[in-house]
Design a protein around this ligand. Sequence first.
Ligand SMILES: Cc1cc2nc3c(=O)[nH]c(=O)nc-3n(C[C@H](O)[C@H](O)[C@H](O)COP(=O)(O)OP(=O)(O)OC[C@H]3O[C@@H](n4cnc5c(N)ncnc54)[C@H](O)[C@@H]3O)c2cc1C
Length: 416
Amino acid sequence: MAMVPPLCSCLARWQHRPAVAGRYAIRDHWCGAGVCREVAVRVLVIGAGIGGLGAARALSRDGHEVAVFERAGHLRTAGGALTLWSNGTGILSELGVSLDGVGAPIEMLQVQRWDGRFLMSIDVARAASRFGHPHVLLPRRRLLERLADGLPLSMVTFGRACTGMAQDADRVRAEFDDGTTASGDLLIGADGHRSVVRDHLWGGDPTVPSGWATWQGLSAVPIDVTSSRRGLMVAGGAGMCGLMPAGEGLLQWWFDLRWPAGDRLPASPIADLRQRFGHWAAPVGEVLATAHEADVEFFAHYRHRVPRCWGTGRATVAGDAAHTMPPTRAQGANQALEDAWALAGALRATGDVSAALRRYERARSRRAALVARVAGSEDFNRYRPAMFGLTPDALVSRYNTRWLKQVSNYLAAMPA
Ligand SMILES: Cc1cc2nc3c(=O)[nH]c(=O)nc-3n(C[C@H](O)[C@H](O)[C@H](O)COP(=O)(O)OP(=O)(O)OC[C@H]3O[C@@H](n4cnc5c(N)ncnc54)[C@H](O)[C@@H]3O)c2cc1C
């Protein structure tokens, strides 16, 4: 059995014991450096995305034995860039995941009207300095690489798609498309917004289209935003264009637009975007002028009501599997990291697997439901220039700090 990296020398000597009657082994003892709590469960994680790798980092760090099963043949390399707010970067730093040398820090978000008129400026650096953790925009592949870095190679099995699960009082079993199974003390479905585990636990897929979609690209666009520390959002009746520096000379650009369910994809996405947004003021035209069909990816937005209870017995879900939301608040990945952090905390707090999972779900569901509800309303994408233009910048900057704390278990737990 592969052992996880030890927390202290005493843990290295400690042998995993099978769970007994729903409980897992837990022992406090003096290890020389202080009181050391040894716990170990065998954790099955389905999905090696941000939620799955985050959970693997958090749980293996606590001494649990983790096995991750990923459907794809390798770590995802596509998907543009992601904004990690102070909650995400704070959790990563606590998990020992360094972001040194990747991405770009974001200190300011500016909003302008489609015709170039300035509407509002949000000082997001205020929240970063209040919480002591930066906001960083980085390519998704870099985040996945950093999360995987330091995990034993044998911990993640690629090319294994989970098709179902079953559990009894003592064990939980994952079933895979190649006919194999794996069993453990608990199972975390971190298999994204089309989660097989969630469908099993919740009795079906609760997600519905929000009526919006994103076309996005990550490419070297020579405009000043690319080398800055600010994001620019451009709002208009046709939708929202977002531009953010992502480091490595790359610009993350996206267009959010209304997308009634069932609409067909255009034969040439770039031609379609140029037709919808091509008349917008600089720098939107420059972005569209340099974009190629190969740069652009399409994501329809989905949402659902996030329930209070996410699992039963020895199984639960995390990340998009628990709370699929449109990317408008740029919190989905941050919330997946919040789940990983909270899961580890819940397992630390009790020796009963089922109780720990319900504790985790209770801790997370209210905040995840809030952010999913707000993101799901697509409020930021709706064109309301008067509201953007009339709200004082200082008020929005304060709201941004408060909002981050409201949607984060990690930031809310920080000393005031
Ligand atoms: C256009 C866009 C922009 C975004 N921007 C941001 C942003 O700026 N900031 C932010 O915080 N969030 C953002 N998000 C949201 C973020 O991408 C997701 O919330 C995040 O990826 C969720 O992570 P996850 O691990 O739960 O799911 P995923 O990233 O979807 O990972 C799930 C993993 O499970 C695997 N899998 C699926 N099914 C199975 C199976 N049956 N068996 C085994 N493995 C399986 C998949 O291959 C995948 O590797 C954005 C999303 C989109 C679409």
